[in-house]
Write a protein that binds this ligand. Structure first.
Ligand code: F6R
Length: 369
């Protein structure tokens, strides 16, 4: 049932190109526009939405953090992403023009369910992004967009995460299409880029052997730090979460711009720091800043593991280890930059003798608050 893989996690990592393609399937019409008829919230109501609030936990929360960048960029609707467990207890401001998006692989996470119930009580509309047909969260929502990743058995979320991202991009583009903030050509361009992404995810998977070797070489370390900016920041958080839950190591993700506000004090000789680098082409502001960050931490002894686009030569002098990812638009980069971090955590955990499918103390779905 593991299809020749040593673990469900490896199987699910390998399934990602297909899972990503399945999430797009049937949702794009012949003209290249989006068809999300399953979102039963009427278009006129969606056009009136003046605020989007995303609620989720854990890995699903990280996909929601990335969605915020896409939604605000493509729709110009203010969007906030909040941990479901915090949301309900701070008396959030919601009304019938608020669209709440609840993201959950299992559809049974209690915190997310309680958050969406609270949102509906306040009159907000709730759209679920979910992987499990007929589960509680979609049943209690106004509408649902299923991720079609197929069953995820390993406790650590991998293919569900990538497909949650695709679903979030679809929702963002659909709202943009309905509201006319993004239309015609631009939607078609992004849709085309999205449909090509599954091939890019496949290419990343073919080049993971050096990442595995690196992971094995770090099995004796106590701490790994992760840095990213913009959509690379949630990717850094996700890389750290994977390492915590699978390898039981101290791992932390930071927004690279925060380094000098504290975390740089942690840097010491030999400390592995993974840096997710944004695409360089024509958008060099963040790219240049990240390259300076890599220089800064390396000057203080960090062992730098740099995840950067093919052809990005600026990072080469400062990378102790360089992981190449295919060229992608900035907002879509998490679909390829997350994959090496999944492989890294899985291999490192295996090298430490851990059960990657059933990490200690964790359950696949958390049905208590
Ligand atoms: C991490 C992980 C958890 C879940 C979280 C939410 O690998 O699996 O952080 O992402 O418990 O679960 P769902 O998506 O089922 O609501």
């Amino acid at each position: 049932e593991k299809g020749g893989h040593a673990s469900f996690m490896l199987k699910e990592i390998a399934e990602q190109p297909r899972a990503v393609a399945d999430t797009l399937l049937g949702r794009i019409d012949a003209e290249g526009s989006l068809r999300l008829d399953e979102v039963r919230i009427p278009p006129h109501e969606l056009r009136e939405v003046d605020k989007v609030v995303i609620v989720a936990c854990g890995t699903a929360f990280h996909s929601g953090m990335i969605a915020k960048y896409a939604i605000e960029h493509w729709t110009r609707i203010p969007c906030e992403t909040e941990l479901a467990s915090e949301f309900r207890y701070r008396d959030p401001i919601l009304d019938h023009r608020t669209l709440v998006i609840a993201i959950s692989q299992s559809g049974e996470t209690m915190d997310t369910l309680m958050a969406l119930r609270h949102a509906r009580e306040q009159g907000a509309k709730v759209l679920a992004i979910c992987n499990t047909n007929g589960s509680t969260i979609p049943r209690e929502s106004d509408a649902v967009l299923y991720t079609h990743a197929g069953p995820e058995v390993a406790v650590a979320s991998t293919k569900a995460f990538l497909t949650q991202l695709v679903a979030c991009y679809l929702v963002a583009l659909y709202l943009g299409q309905l509201r006319g903030t993004k239309w015609g050509d631009e939607i078609r361009t992004v849709i085309r880029q999205l449909s090509e992404i599954s091939g890019a995810v496949g290419r990343v998977l073919e080049t993971m052997e050096p990442v595995r070797a690196l992971a094995r070489s770090l099995a004796g370390h106590g701490t790994v730090l992760f840095l990213g900016r913009h959509v690379g920041y949630p990717v850094a958080l996700e890389g750290a979460l994977k390492l915590k839950e699978l390898a039981y190591m101290h791992a932390e993700g930071f927004a690279a711009g925060e380094l000098k506000h504290g975390p740089i004090a942690l840097i010491e000789e030999g400390l592995p720091v993974v840096v997710v680098v944004p695409p360089p082409r024509g958008r060099s502001v963040l790219h240049d800043k990240i390259v300076s960050n890599i220089q800064e931490i390396r000057a203080r002894g960090a062992r730098t593991v740099v995840i950067a686009e093919e052809g990005d030569e600026a990072v080469v002098p400062y990378a102790d280890h360089l992981i190449r990812i295919p060229i992608t638009p900035t907002l879509l980069q998490p679909l390829v930059s997350t994959v090496p971090l999944q492989v890294f955590a899985c291999e490192l955990a295996t090298a430490r003798g851990n059960d990657v499918d059933q990490p200690r103390n964790l359950a696949k779905s958390v049905t208590v608050e």
